[in-house]
Ligand binder design. Structure first.
Ligand code: TGC
Ligand code: FAD
Length: 398
């Protein structure tokens, strides 16, 4: 007879093909056995264990959708999303590491790099031997990266990079950074955005760590500071110019986040359910009351919508029928809903909900960053609003 699965009511998991299911199971097994035991320490001690990079690399979880000659495993977009879901079920910070390495470093090198850049960097990024970061945001330019002030001025031998990036995931531990800067043929030129590969030992480059965050504490975040850094021509993406370059990478990472937040929300919902069934007050399990029951019903309804959006988007991507506004919708909806679910789950745990042990507040804090980075909740609303009305509302008029 037909059944109702309280973790997958509309049955998307049974729809997965064998290959995608295998990737999901590999990622789930790894995340639960190797990441879960490190998550509390990572959060409480602001610590990212760099062995995670090579462990994920060994399992084919980095740059998974790239072809094997560049270190990938030819995984589908759906499989990539399922990896993000399993990793973020444990900690959004570990998923951040995976997203940046895969979508924001390996993918642009694969898509925009020269053959020499691909051969030099991709295999080692895939094994986790090299760690990468992605520099778009600046201290004064976050939602509006098109106004960036970092510049690269042309010289006879290459380019001279000046400026600073901020809030950069992995930067303090990165061997290589994909950095977006206004490339100028000469100093007075307005410049056009291009991508540069900055290496850790280049003179004039530093990447100080941003400590004492209250969110994504198991992920390294830092600045990237460029003081007359010489970039040889061989470290420049040859053809891609304009915001399209970084946005192409963001489409992939934002899609991964739409899946990742499903994992975080599922964790919080499942923990809240267990908690209200285990704990009694007034002589009955808390879960026997109407309010906790409807909270769980709302969570599961939202999670189902999140699962179906992410799953459908994955299919459309696999078929090459995706549009970046679909990605905005899924990123925005799933981050917003995951954050709301995590906050309610925290409340349902009472005082225990504020402890590290139950790990629900840990997700609440992480999801605050996830709702902000890769385009804030409101910016994705404006991207969709522009799509719907054909009127941009980023810049006030009148
Ligand atoms: P706009 O006029 O909209 O576009 C300029 C050019 O870019 C093209 N474009 C896209 N191309 C591909 N995919 C997309 N999603 C694209 N969006 C825009 C567009 O077609 C145009 O091309 P062309 O050829 O006509 O010039 O540019 P705008 O300046 O008005 O942009 C506004 C806005 C809000 C859409 C945009 O700036 C935005 O998305 N802001 C959010 C910034 C952001 O997401 N930053 C992310 C930084 S990286 C990060 O957070 C990593 S965290 C990772 C982790 O730890 O997991
Ligand atoms: P702002 O753009 O200053 O926005 C502040 C508020 O104003 C937001 O609520 C926003 O929605 C709102 N707002 C802005 N403009 C408008 C408008 N026109 N209309 C209405 N409301 C508006 N960046 C990278 O490049 N690489 C990384 O690896 C990276 N990792 C990150 C890791 C963490 C932990 C965090 C927190 C951020 C990271 N970021 C990274 C930066 C992130 O992408 C930016 O924080 C984000 O794009 C928002 O920019 P901002 O913080 O400058 O906020």
């Amino acid at each position: 007879s037909n059944s109702f699965n309280i973790n997958d009511p509309f049955q998307f998991e049974p729809e997965l093909n064998e290959d995608d299911r295998m990737v999901m199971e590999t990622a789930r097994d790894y995340a639960q056995s190797k990441l879960e035991p490190r998550a509390l320490k990572g959060n409480q001690e602001e610590y990212f264990d760099q062995d995670i990079a090579t462990e994920m690399g060994d399992l084919g979880l980095l740059g998974s959708y790239l072809p094997p000659e560049y270190g990938g495993v030819d995984a589908s977009q759906t499989a990539y999303g399922l990896i993000a879901r399993e990793v973020e079920r444990v900690d959004s910070g570990y998923r951040s590491f995976m997203s940046v390495q895969s979508s924001l470093v390996m993918y642009p090198i694969f898509k925009f790099g020269t053959e020499q850049q691909k051969e030099r960097f991709l295999p080692k990024l895939a094994t986790g031997e090299l760690i990468g970061c992605f520099g778009l945001t600046e201290p004064d330019h976050g939602s509006d990266p098109g106004s960036m002030s970092t510049t690269a001025v042309k010289t006879d031998e290459g380019w001279i990079l000046n400026g600073a990036k901020m809030w950069i995931t992995n930067s303090p531990i990165a061997d290589i950074g994909v950095v977006w800067a206004k490339a100028k043929e000469h100093k007075e030129d307005d410049g056009v955005i291009r991508g540069f590969l900055v290496e850790k030992n280049m003179e004039g480059y530093s990447a100080p760590s941003t400590k004492h965050k209250m969110s994504l504490r198991a992920s390294e975040t830092g600045e990237m500071i460029f003081e007359d850094v010489f970039i040889p021509e061989e470290n420049v993406f040859p053809d891609i110019t304009g915001l399209k370059g970084p946005f192409t990478c963001l489409n992939s990472a934002r899609y991964g986040i739409a899946w990742g937040t499903v994992g975080a929300a599922e964790f919080c919902y499942q923990k809240a359910r267990e908690y209200v069934l285990d704990r009694s007050q007034f002589g009955y399990p808390i879960g026997a009351n109407q309010l906790p029951q409807t909270k769980l019903a709302n969570m599961l309804t939202d999670i189902t919508q999140m699962q179906l959006l992410a799953w459908r988007l994955g299919k459309l991507k696999d078929e090459g029928r995706d549009h970046h506004s679909m990605v905005s919708m899924a990123k925005r909806n799933n981050c917003g809903k995951a954050l709301e679910i995590a906050r309610i789950a925290r409340d349902m745990h009472g005082a225990n909900g504020i402890t590290g042990e139950y790990r629900v507040i840990h997700h609440v804090m992480n999801l605050e960053s996830v709702n902000t980075y890769e385009g804030t909740y409101d910016i994705h609303g404006l991207i969709l609003g522009r799509e719907i009305t054909d009127i941009q509302a980023f810049v006030p008029r009148g």
